[in-house]
Design a protein around this ligand. Structure first.
Ligand code: NAP
Length: 484
C-alpha cells in the first residue's frame, strides 16, 4: 500500500501532565502509532513535565507499560517501542511554582516547532501559560494545546480566554475537542460538500428532523467528584454535541480553512433559539445491572446533576426554520453508540396506494462503533406479488469499503496532535465559538437552578428516561433505537 502519511516538521512537544491518565491512555500511545507510521521526524522530541519525582528512564518505563496496555498487540514491535521511547524525556516541573522551569527552558531547541500540551486540570492552564512566557520557553511560533473543560460557564471561559490571550495569540491556541478529530466527523463535511447529492436537500424543506445521540454504557466511574459539578450538559452538550450540530447545520464555508470553517460554526451557535424547559429531559441512572446508582457513585444523595439529557433545539435561520434538532447523551445506557441521523421528509404523495410507503429516507452517520454511513431507501421487494415496497439500507462500513486504508484510521488524538505540529487550526475551537456556546448554555442551567429542577431516574441498561421518549412522541416522532 502507498503510504499517505504526510511528514510534519521537526518538533519539540512538551506534555504538561505527562504522567496523567490522558497522557498514558491517549496521547503517548497515539504518538507511538504516528511514529510507527513514519510521521514523526528523526530528532523530534517529546518531553513530559509533571511534579512526580522521576528520571528519563523511569518515564520511559511508565510509557512502555502504557503502550503495552493501550496499543493493539499487532502494533507492539519491541524494537520500534524502544526507538520511540528513546525520543522521550522527563522534567520535574511544578506548574504553580518555580521548580523545573529553568531546566525545561534549557531543553528547548531553536529552529524546531515548539508545542505545549496542557494535559492538566484547567486550574493550571493560566499558571503554565504565564511561566512559558516568563521563562522564555515559548516563542511567537509556539503552539499551546488546551484540554477540556474550557470553562465552567461563560464567565470562567471568558476569563480563561483572556488569561491565555495575555501570553499567546489566538493563532497559537489549539482548544481541543477530540470529537472533531474523529474520522466520521470530518467525513460529515466531505459528504456534505464534496457531493452534489446531499447539499441541495440539506434544509428544512426536505429534512424532517435530525437526531444526535452519544450514548455510553459506563457510569461516572472514578470521575464522580468532577462529574457531579459538571453533568451531561456541561460535559457533553456544550462542547461535543454542539460541535456535531454545527457541522450538520453550518453553511458551506468558502474553503476548508480554519477561520472559514469556524466562522460558519459560530453563526450556527449564535442562531440557536433559547430552549423551553418543556423541551429538555434530564435523568440520573438508578442502581441495577450490577452497578450502583448515580447518587452513590458521586457520593452525594442530594445531587441534582444530570447523567442524561435529551433536548429539542431550533436553529433560527432560513435553512433550518421548522426542522428540529433532537440531542441526547447519557451514561449507563444500553449500548455505546454515537450517531447522527438525518431523517428526511416523506414523499409528498404516494403513487403506490395505501400500503406502507411512508418510511422516510434516513442518512445515518455512525461515529462509533464501526465508523461508517447508512442510507435507508425504499425499493420494490423482489419477486412476484405486485409492487410491494421494502426499506433497505445502503450500508457502508469504512473498514469494509476502503479495505486496508481504513484499517488504520488514526485515533482522534493522534490526528489532532499532528495538526498542531502542522499549524492547522481547522479542527480546533476558536475562543469566540466557545464563548457563544456557553452564552447559550448558561441560561438553561440557571433556569434549572432557579426552579430547583431535579433529574428523573432511569434504569441502567435502558435507553434513558421515559420522559425522553415523550419528548419525541409529542411531536409524532421517535428516537432511533440505541442498538447493542
Ligand atoms: P490526571 O490523571 O489527574 O493527570 C493530571 C496530570 O497533571 C498528572 O500528570 C499530574 O502529575 C499533573 N499535575 C498536577 N498538578 C501539577 C502541578 N502543579 N504541576 C505540574 N504537573 C501537575 O488527569 P487526566 O485525566 O490526565 O486529565 C488531564 C486533563 O485532560 C484535564 O484537564 C482533563 O479534564 C482533560 N481530559 C481528560 C480526559 C481523560 O480521558 N483522562 C478526557 C478529556 C479531557 P503529578 O501529580 O506528577 O504532578
Amino acid at each position: 500500500m502507498v503510504s499517505r502519511v504526510i511528514p510534519v516538521d521537526l518538533f519539540d512537544l512538551v506534555i504538561f501532565g505527562g504522567t496523567g491518565d490522558l497522557a498514558r491512555r491517549k496521547i503517548l500511545p497515539g504518538l507511538y502509532r504516528r511514529f510507527l507510521d513514519g510521521q514523526i521526524p528523526e530528532d523530534s522530541r517529546i518531553i513530559a513535565a509533571a511534579r512526580s519525582e522521576m528520571d528519563d528512564a523511569g518515564y520511559r518505563d511508565m510509557i512502555r507499560e502504557a503502550i503495552v496496555e493501550f496499543v493493539s498487540k499487532d502494533k507492539q514491535d519491541k524494537t520500534c517501542i524502544e526507538k520511540f521511547l528513546s525520543r522521550l524525556a522527563y522534567v520535574q516541573v511544578d506548574a504553580t511554582g518555580t521548580d523545573g522551569w529553568d531546566e525545561l527552558a534549557e531543553k528547548m531547541r531553536d529552529g524546531v516547532v515548539r508545542a505545549f500540551y496542557f494535559s492538566v486540570g484547567p486550574s493550571l492552564f493560566g499558571a503554565i501559560a504565564e511561566r512559558l512566557h516568563a521563562y522564555h520557553i515559548a516563542d511567537e511560533d509556539s503552539r499551546i494545546v488546551v484540554e477540556k473543560p474550557f470553562g465552567h460557564d461563560l464567565a470562567t471561559a471568558r476569563a480563561l480566554n483572556q488569561t491565555l490571550a495575555e501570553h499567546f495569540d489566538e493563532t497559537q491556541i489549539y482548544r481541543i475537542d477530540h470529537y472533531l478529530g474523529k474520522e466520521t466527523v470530518q467525513n460529515l463535511m466531505a459528504v456534505r460538500f464534496a457531493n452534489m447529492l446531499f447539499e441541495p436537500l440539506w434544509n428544512a424543506r426536505n429534512i424532517d428532523h435530525i437526531q444526535i445521540t452519544v450514548a455510553e454504557t459506563v457510569g461516572v466511574g472514578g470521575r464522580g467528584g468532577y462529574y457531579d459539578k459538571s453533568g451531561a450538559m456541561r460535559d457533553m452538550v456544550q462542547n461535543h454535541l454542539m460541535q456535531l450540530l454545527c457541522l450538520i447545520a453550518m453553511e458551506p464555508p468558502y474553503a476548508f480553512e480554519p477561520d472559514a470553517v469556524r466562522d460558519e460554526k459560530l453563526k450556527v451557535i449564535r442562531a440557536l433559539d433559547p430552549v423551553e424547559p418543556d423541551d429538555i429531559v434530564r435523568g440520573q441512572y438508578g442502581a441495577g445491572e450490577g452497578g450502583t446508582s448515580y447518587l452513590d457513585d458521586v457520593e452525594n444523595r442530594d445531587s441534582r446533576t444530570e447523567s442524561y439529557i435529551a433536548m429539542k433545539l431550533h436553529v433560527a435561520n432560513w435553512r433550518w426554520k421548522g426542522t428540529p434538532f433532537y440531542l441526547r447523551t447519557g451514561k449507563r445506557l444500553r449500548a455505546r453508540t454515537s450517531e447522527i441521523a438525518i431523517v428526511f421528509k416523506d414523499p409528498p404523495h404516494s403513487i403506490f396506494g395505501d400500503q406502507e410507503t411512508h418510511k422516510s429516507n434516513v442518512l445515518v452517520i455512525r461515529l462509533q462503533p464501526n465508523e461508517g454511513m447508512n442510507l435507508k431507501v425504499t425499493i420494490k421487494e423482489p419477486g412476484p406479488g405486485g409492487m410491494r415496497l421494502v426499506e433497505v439500507p445502503l450500508d457502508m462500513s469504512f473498514k469494509e469499503a476502503l479495505g486496508p486504508d481504513a484499517e488504520d484510521i488514526p485515533d482522534a488524538y493522534e490526528r489532532l496532535i499532528m495538526d498542531v505540529i502542522r499549524g492547522n487550526q481547522t479542527l480546533f475551537m476558536r475562543g469566540d465559538e466557545i464563548e457563544a456556546s456557553w452564552a447559550w448554555t448558561d441560561p438553561i442551567i440557571e433556569g434549572w437552578e432557579a426552579r430547583g429542577d431535579r433529574p428523573v431516574s432511569y434504569d441502567p441498561g435502558s435507553s434513558g428516561p421515559e420522559d425522553a421518549l415523550m419528548l419525541m412522541h409529542k411531536d409524532g416522532r421517535r428516537w432511533r433505537e440505541v442498538k447493542v
